[in-house]
Design a protein around this ligand. Structure first.
Ligand code: ATP
Length: 274
């Protein structure tokens, strides 16, 4: 049953355009949040060959938050995620992880993509263990077993990716990303390629993982229902260049607000274009 979110009174990001009143949360309420910024973007922009794709964006993601980012295709969602992951530098501004500037990918930020991108020559266990290469063997074995249990893949430990269903592949990718105990999990439309049933199950599972591990989640989606029910907070982007048009806690009439924000931004762009 949904229950009120005790974190609803936390200070949200600095670019709040509109916030819902704390309402009944659609997500479980027991995930940890410390109030410290896990990720912070200050005046961040990204330009690709003279074409602005994102920003300026100011955003604070407190540790323990489950933030979803929603917006239409091309508005800059993946660009935002890749800047936080450290795959690309911002054109201007600063991205901070745990208070330190991001200068490239790092083990404190795990990434899960829409396509699981598993190593086809490795088993599920081998894929999960990949990021633990430098850990002692016993610790690695223990961590892999823990993650197999956490993601319900115990029976699939020795299987290769081609022997798995789509949902199992994505679970293995999530387990691999969680293996080095990242503080932040970055997910780029991770359930976009799954059928509706598997997708719903995976949504439940990621909520449980978030609650159990305390990891901060940044979850990209273009699905308004997913965005407004999965996490604790939603930002809507419009663009390019991607700008935050709404920043709100999950709960209440959020779906309608997100849809209105996206529609209004699209009308404004259409008006400006001609
Ligand atoms: N490597 C790149 N080089 C040039 N332009 C790019 C590059 N990556 C993204 N863009 C452009 O930046 C803008 C934002 O793209 P981005 O992929 O971030 O959007 P998105 O919201 O994630 O889209 P989708 O939902 O379709 O994945 C788009 O106009 C896109 O064409």
């Amino acid at each position: 049953m949904p229950s009120p979110d005790p974190r609803a009174d936390q200070t949200p990001g600095s670019a709040v355009v509109e916030a819902t009143e704390p309402g009944p949360a659609a997500a479980p309420a027991s995930g940890p949040a410390t109030g410290l910024a896990a990720i912070e973007l200050r005046g961040v922009t990204r330009v690709y060959r003279d074409r602005p794709a994102l920003g300026p964006i100011d955003l604070v993601i407190p540790a323990g938050e489950f933030l979803t980012v929603v917006g239409p295709s091309g508005c800059g969602k993946s660009t935002l995620l890749s800047l936080v992951a450290g795959f690309a530098p911002p054109t201007a501004g600063t991205v901070l992880a745990d208070g330190a500037p991001v200068s490239g990918p790092g083990p404190s930020r795990g990434v899960v993509f829409q396509q699981p991108r598993l190593f086809p020559w490795l088993s599920v266990s081998g894929n999960i263990a990949f990021g633990l290469r430098r850990s002692p063997k016993a610790a690695r074995k223990e961590r892999v077993a823990e993650l197999l249990a956490m993601t319900g893949l115990e029976g699939a430990a020795r299987l290769k990716p081609y022997e798995l269903s789509g949902g199992m592949r994505q679970r293995a990718a999530i387990a691999r990303a969680l293996a080095p105990r990242p503080k932040v999990l970055l997910m780029d439309e991770p359930f976009g390629a799954l059928d509706a049933f598997t997708r719903e199950r995976m949504q439940e599972e990621i909520r449980e993982l978030w609650r159990d591990t305390g990891v901060t989640v940044l979850f990209i989606t273009h699905d308004v229902t997913e965005a407004t029910t999965l996490g604790t907070r939603v930002i809507a982007l419009a663009g390019p260049p991607g700008r935050i048009t709404l920043d709100a806690r999950v709960g209440g009439d959020l779906r309608e607000k997100v849809e209105t924000a996206i529609r209004d931004a699209a009308s404004a762009r259409a008006g400006a274009a001609g």
